[in-house]
Design a binder for this molecule. Structure first.
Ligand code: FES
Length: 125
């Protein structure tokens, strides 16, 4: 299987990896794929207007999963939580042109985003 150029670029040029330093209210989500064992972690920080100011990821997995999570952080920074709630794996899938066998990598990115938002709301209560 050959990776699309966008996948390779996002795999090689990782921008938002790692953890967000303490001192913020951080939403954290971790999801795993039972099918392949890959794990994706996402952290976000929002401002008073619910705009995502920071996003970091850590992904243990395939190139498509790493590219999906890297792309996810790029498209959510600067958007409101309301806007990012609408993001589905389809958007990631279309951009990266992932083959059928790698669809679940984009689904993992959608799941981690939802879990991260849930965690943030839970912590804000
Ligand atoms: Fe499982 Fe990519 S092969 S997330």
């Amino acid at each position: 299987m050959k990776y699309n150029k966008k996948v390779i670029k996002l795999f090689k040029k990782i921008k938002n990896s790692g953890n967000i330093k303490k001192g913020y209210l951080i939403g954290t989500g971790i999801v795993g794929s039972p099918a392949c064992g890959d794990v994706m972690k996402l952290q976000i920080v929002i401002n008073k207007k619910f705009i995502i100011k920071k996003a970091r990821f850590k992904t243990y997995g395939c190139g498509s999963a790493i590219a999906s999570s890297n792309y996810l952080t790029k498209i959510i920074i600067g958007k409101t939580l309301k806007q990012v709630k609408k993001i589905s794996n389809i958007e990631i899938l279309k951009y990266l042109k992932l083959p059928k066998i790698k669809i679940h990598c984009s689904i993992l990115a959608e799941k981690v985003l939802k879990k991260t938002i849930e965690n943030l709301f839970h912590k804000r209560k």
